[in-house]
Design a protein around this ligand. Sequence first.
Ligand SMILES: C[S@@+](CC[C@H](N)C(=O)[O-])C[C@H]1O[C@@H](n2cnc3c(N)ncnc32)[C@H](O)[C@@H]1O
Length: 273
Amino acid sequence: MSQAPRHTLICDDMAGFEKLKNDWEGLAERDALWAILTDASKAGGRWDLGEFLATGESEIQTVLDHLARIGRNVAFDGTALDFGCGVGRLTQALARRFASCTGIDISVRMIEKARALNLYPNCRYVIGSGLTLPFASAGFTFVYSNIVLQHMLPEYAQAYLREFVRVLAPGGILVFGVQDTFRVRDLNSFSLRLRQRLRLRSRIRETFGSGAPDMQMHCLPELLVRRAIGPARIVDIQFTNTAEEDFNGRLVYRALPPATGYVSRQYCVIKSA
Ligand SMILES: C[S@@+](CC[C@H](N)C(=O)[O-])C[C@H]1O[C@@H](n2cnc3c(N)ncnc32)[C@H](O)[C@@H]1O
């Protein structure tokens, strides 16, 4: 069993990581389901749990159907990893399909809720405490992460991408979503970007009041993705609807990026056998 490498956090990064963790603990405490899928009509504990979990089921099926369409064989007899699992919206859907499944999250409260909602003995939840994943190399046949990496600094996202490749078994499949860029059409672009950021922040403030935890938004362009995954191979890139306001956990592939605003991409990466 090879040892996990340590990604060193310098002092400033440590403060940034603690803030990220505290923000997600705060969001999970206030309204975990709404912090995960920020539909305005569901704020204040109004997500119906069954409806919420059904979005995870349909998202995972959408992804697996897509992988089948592009000729990628998923090893369901192996173990799946759901990074940034929250309360297990996607993890439970993975647990139904894979021999075993692990969800990992930075927030203790999210993990407590995920454990309370877990229906499957082949599914376990782990608390993540740094930029190194607490797993041996090559143990997962499928790694999935959606609406997670966009909420952290690009250097953190890159460190996790390196980790995803490390923990992926040879021949395994990694699928993840990021915001690639922010598209602009004219000179108002800067203010548009600012407005989009502020809209998310103000939605959180409207819901949780002033002093509410932050939900960061960052982009990770393809060049940085490629640097992070090293020799692993990108076999597919799709535009998705995950940054759209009415995403609501219903994943849709788009033929084109939006004319303005965040461009969401889903990458499929293969680690050579
Ligand atoms: C928007 S939620 C998405 C949850 C889940 N992926 C889903 O789609 O239902 C983002 C999740 O990522 C988690 N997260 C943020 N930073 C993380 C990190 N560095 N390591 C692990 N989890 C993280 C948060 O605690 C939160 O549960």
